[in-house]
Structure formats: C-alpha cells, structure tokens
Design a protein around this ligand. Sequence first.
Ligand code: HEC
Ligand SMILES: [Ca+2]
Ligand SMILES: [Ca+2]
Length: 497
Amino acid sequence: MKNSLIVSTIIGLSIILSSCNTKTKRFSKVIDNNIQLESTVLSISVVADSLNVPWEILWGPDDCIWITEQKGVISRINPINGDKKKMLTIPQVWMKRTSGLLGMAVHPNQKENPYVFVNYTLEKEGECFSRLERYTFYKDTLMQPKIIFEIPAGTGHNGSRLTFSRNLQFLYWATGDAAKDGNAQDEKSLNGKILRMNLNGEIPQDNPTKDSYVWASGLRNVQGLVDASNNNLYASDHGDAIEDEVNLILPNGNYGWDVIEGFHDQDNEKEYAELHKNVEPMYSWTPTIAPAGLDYYSSNKIPEWKNSLLLTTLKGKSLRVLKLNQSGLEIVNEEIYLEDVYGRIRDLCVSPEGDIYISTSNHDWNPMSKPHSTDDRILKITTVEKAVKVPLRQKETELDALKQNTGEILYEKYCAACHKQDGNGIKEVYPSLIGSSIVQDKKALISLVLKGSDNDISMPSFKFLTNEEVGKVLTYVRNSFENKGDSVVEEDIEKFR
Ligand code: HEC
Ligand SMILES: [Ca+2]
Ligand SMILES: [Ca+2]
C-alpha cells in the first residue's frame, strides 16, 4: 500500500500541472509492480483499461495521451486519471488481422498547425488500400478530413507509423509491403518504404529521387519509427521467420527486404548488397520478437536508460532497452524488461517529464497470450524512492540459447507464433496441426518446412535451420497434437535441400 501512496502523491501533484481538462479526478489503479535498476527503482501502474487494440499512443501538446484504436476510434486519455474522451470514429475503416486504423501524428505546435495525420485501411470494390488522411483539431473534435493519398494494402504487412521530422517540416510515413513480393525493392511502389512529404502532402524538393515520396526502401512491415533528438531516424521492422530488425534510416537507404534478411551474411545477400548498396540493420533478432513501438529516451529521470531506444514487442511480450553509443549509430547493449508480464505490447510514448507509457495489444488478431480481464491497457512506468514489491525479473540476453534446443523449444521459438503452443493455429489464418495429414506425410512435411508456401497467407521457409534442428522440431510435431509418427532424421532432410 505504501507504494500506491507514493505514486498517488506524485500523480496528485501533477494534477495541478496538467492542462487536460476533466471533471472526475480518479487516481490511477496502482498495481504495485517495481523494477530495480542499478540505482533507480521504477514502478508500474495502470493508467487506462478496457481499450480495444490501441495501435498508436503518443504524448500530445495538451499533455494528454492521444490514441488510435484499431477499429477506427481516435481519443485523448488523461494520463492522471485515465479519463477517455472520444474525438472521432472513422466509419469507413476496414479491419481484418493487422489492417484498420493504425498510425497517427499530432503536430506539437497545435496553435499554428492544428493538424492530425492518421492512416487507415479501407475497402473499395473488393480491393483494400491504406489511406493517409489529415484532420484539423478544433474544440475537442477532429474535422475537415483531407485525403493526402492512398496506397495498396492487405490484411497483413501494412506497417504503419507516422511521425514528424525533428524540425517539424516533414511527415514520415512508414508503410508495409502489403505482403506482396517485390514491392519493397520496386522503386515505383510506395509499399515497403519510408515516405517523406511536406505537411501539405507534396513531395519535398530535397527527397533523394525527384518527384518521389520514397525516403528509404527495402522494408517489410515497419511498426516503430522515431526521429530522435540525437539527430537520427530509427525504424523497427518485422522479419519473416527470422531477422527482425532495428534500422538506422538513411536518405535513399535500401534495407534489403525481400532479397536480404537481417545482416548480410549469406553469399547471395553479400552479392546483392554489394550491387545495390544495401544497409545492414543496427540489430537483428532470430528467433523473431515482433518489434513494434519505438521511441528514443533522452530524459534524466531514469539515468540508466538515457540515450537508449525503447522498443516494445508483440511476440516477445516485453519492453526492450537498446543502449546506444554516444553518436547513436550503434546499439551496444540490450536489456529485456516486463517479459510475459503484461502480454503483447504494441506501442509506447514518453512524457516530457521522462515517464514512459506502454500499451498492450492482447485483444488483437493474434491470441498469443490470455488477456487480462481489463485489457487492453496503458501502463505508466515512473520512478519511486523505494521498492515495496519484489522487483520484477530482468533477463540477460541469451546469446547461446540456440545451442541447447530441444524439439519443443524450437517449436516454441519458430512455429508457435502462428500455429500456437497447443498446435491449434488461428482459425482461417494459420492451420491447426492437430491430426494434420501433412504432419503424417513425412516428405510433404519436410518439403513444406524447408520451402515454405506461397499462398495468400504464407508460411515462411525454415531452410536456415540446420538438418539437426529441423529433425528435432519435426519429430516433436509428429509426436504432439494428437499426431503419431516416427522420427525425422538428418538424412531425411538432406534429400530435400
Ligand atoms: C508466420 C506464420 C507461420 C510460422 C512461423 C509457421 N507456419 Fe506452418 N503454416 C503457416 C501457414 C500460413 C500455413 C498454411 C500454408 C498454406 O496453405 O500455404 C502453414 C502450414 C503448415 C503445415 C500444414 C498444416 C496442414 O495440415 O495444412 C504444417 C505441418 C506446418 N505449417 C508446420 C510448421 C512448422 C513445423 C513450423 C515451425 C518450424 C511452422 N509451420 C511455422 C504459417 C506459419
Ligand atoms: Ca533489412
Ligand atoms: Ca541475412
């Protein structure tokens, strides 16, 4: 209880400071979780709950948290008492899997530029598009929608994030490749890119290619983007079966997808990279973690995290602190916090005082974790003087984890994100492996796992795994989920390479 008192006092003080007008003054629901850093103690409390897949949360110029919910609602939340003020529902939003109302950018100087940019998916005559739209904020509502432009979309890989440049002259839009091969490397396509435009939607004179919005290319599905106060633009990108990335975005940079995954370590990747001057990621994750919201932490409030990128992850269900070197060009250390504590975490924002707000995504299309009864939630991470609870655990990065893999662990790492731990899959998206005839047919199984599939919703190729690893995971699958089959050995697999 002591902790809730401390937190309440801090919150009580800031009530006076906040300009987000509201009548009820209810305190945040404190849940007494602490994290012990080297010298700082953090506490985590719930700010808002019962949200419906928050996609973007950002700290607005009015000291409210501005939020998009995937079904098409834009609101402002008072960070002190969680009061939510709905501003707009966009009726034409089309939501399936990861399409819907996604990114948002709110101009910090609202008096001169009352503009709010959003992007969302909509359907027209059986085809879907990502629309970039600008609204004007006026008297607690959003009006005068102006369509900037539209690009092709899909039920997956739509990105998407929006952010203003540091000098507030430009808007960046990080798009997805719409799950279509070739888009990311096609310079004429605006999918799989980071686009840069003037605030009136026109192409800036100084973009790398004349008359093109493209600022950077070769990206797959960007769900984190920040133009940091250290003068660098960073983006997180979802890999396929391997190689999730955080990238330093350079003008005209080509980040390799869908030819190169992660670092330039395969022969074909090295060749292509040389020819096309591709840029390697700053950091990459295999097995994948589904990196999402990205922000730069420059506050003194949590000194241990100063000069870090903060990254939220969906599959990884954690907050990652990626410590940068002084120039900000390299990631020197990764720390994992809150793993498996609150489930999937899609976005975050940092207040001017240095408090961090994260949003869960446990009601989205991918039921990776059991939602809490009040999900989805926004949680506040702030400092307290003393821990009152046993601090939450913090994990060391496991570099050698791959070496001690059993079939079950390999399944958890590479297959469960889609087919689920119990093999049940997701209806109409990822097939169930329970009693699957393909699992029974050893040849078909090996062939599928090595080659992947190329359907609308596809399965990635796992040819990067060694024969031993493929053998272990397939033997596990053939003897789990009501399947019964003999082992898959290395020689079986070699025949299909
Ligand atoms: C990114 C999501 C994803 C991952 C990760 C994934 N799969 Fe799949 N899997 C699919 C999809 C989609 C299909 C359906 C493919 C199709 O019909 O083209 C599929 C189909 C299958 C099937 C056929 C099921 C049936 O009866 O139709 C098997 C078996 C299978 N996967 C095994 C695996 C194994 C083993 C792994 C891990 C090494 C794995 N998958 C990882 C998406 C995934
Ligand atoms: Ca890349
Ligand atoms: Ca690679």
